[in-house]
Write a protein that binds this ligand. Structure first.
Ligand code: ZN
Length: 325
């Protein structure tokens, strides 16, 4: 898809220029109707090629060599569940699944990456299946015995999986045509969809990785709600989440130092992480009534979207949190 006119991916309006891409070649535009920031122009890319190259260390645009570093830590992450489940969204999603989906049922993850959530599901008695556009991570998941598909969701063969719920963590901003993506998920599987999204960058806080080909949209609560509604999800619940340990803001050099120490001694991180998570969660709850202060503890959004035609009762997110407490 190559667009000649700027077009909001949700409502089709032109939007207003916000800022140029850090490396040039296009601009981010803001649609005030949807409160959505979208990249323009949308160039045709093959996600399988781009993300396979990224994990192999050959794609350096928008810091995508990150992915090669991530896969080099795969064995460490596989050994310690908490390193892979680094976000409150992972834990709340697991709690929701355990409260609502019978053991043995299939849970499908779109963008399964290093497989941490697949492993957590399998350890809890679910049939976890994964989809990813990067060949190296799909092959690694298959070696661990998971059913995994390499490609975009529209390439998944008919009948390949019958999930009871679909989850997708920190993926939506990578998608070039998000309404089509969400709509495909709904029409093909018609089950609840749980999405997690990191807090969006702003004109003041963006980094060089917040642009194409890695990132095609900066999402707000309103934008996600509108995109899911357009894709035919009848009920959309959105909650804000506390930060996880990797989302703590430190000056870049200090961040690199702390990160290298914690990855060098993963057991240290396994020990430290629960304390940090408790502090972040307490700070977030305490500051919740004060939006300006709350933002510094806010990690992102967790969204549960249900298509109209789903059978059975789907509880509200707040009820799930009560179950966890
Ligand atoms: Zn719009």
């Amino acid at each position: 898809m190559v667009t000649t006119q700027p077009m909001c991916h949700i409502c089709g309006s032109e939007g207003e220029p916000l800022l140029p891409w850090a490396s040039g070649g296009g601009e981010m535009r803001h649609c005030s109707t949807c409160d959505f920031v979208f990249a323009w122009p949308v160039e045709e890319i093959d996600p399988v090629e781009v993300y396979t190259q990224a994990y192999e260390g050959h794609e350096t645009r928008t810091q995508m060599d990150d992915y090669a570093r991530r896969i080099s830590r795969r064995d460490v992450v596989a050994e310690h569940e908490s390193l892979g489940l680094w976000s409150p969204a992972h834990h709340d999603t697991l709690a929701w699944i355990e409260a609502n989906v019978p053991k043995g049922a299939t849970v499908m993850e779109v963008g399964c990456g290093l497989g941490a959530f697949l492993r957590a599901l399998r350890d809890r008695g679910y049939n976890a299946v994964g989809i990813d556009v990067a060949k190296p991570v799909v092959e690694a998941a298959q070696r661990e015995g998971f059913q995994a598909w390499c490609g975009t969701i529209d390439t998944v063969p008919e009948g390949w999986a019958q999930p009871a719920v679909i989850v997708s963590f920190f993926v939506i901003h990578h998608i070039q045509d998000p309404v089509a993506f969400l709509s495909t998920i709904r029409t093909r599987w018609g089950v609840p969809l749980i999405i997690a999204y990191n807090r969006a960058p702003t004109k003041e806080t963006f980094d060089t990785n917040n642009f194409p080909p890695r990132c095609w949209g900066w999402w707000s609560e309103k934008a996600l709600g509108r995109a899911l509604a357009r894709a035919g999800f009848a009920r959309v619940e959105i909650s804000t989440q506390a930060k996880g340990l990797p989302q703590i803001f430190l000056p870049p050099k200090l961040h690199d130092f702390v990160s290298s120490v914690l990855w060098r001694w993963p057991k240290l991180r396994v020990m430290v992480q629960p304390f940090v998570e408790k502090l972040l969660s307490a700070g977030f709850k305490l500051l919740r009534p004060i939006p300006r202060l709350r933002r510094s503890f806010e990690g992102g959004l967790l969204i549960i979207a249900t298509p109209a035609e789903t059978n059975g009762r789907v509880p509200a997110l707040e009820e799930v949190k009560e179950v966890r407490a």
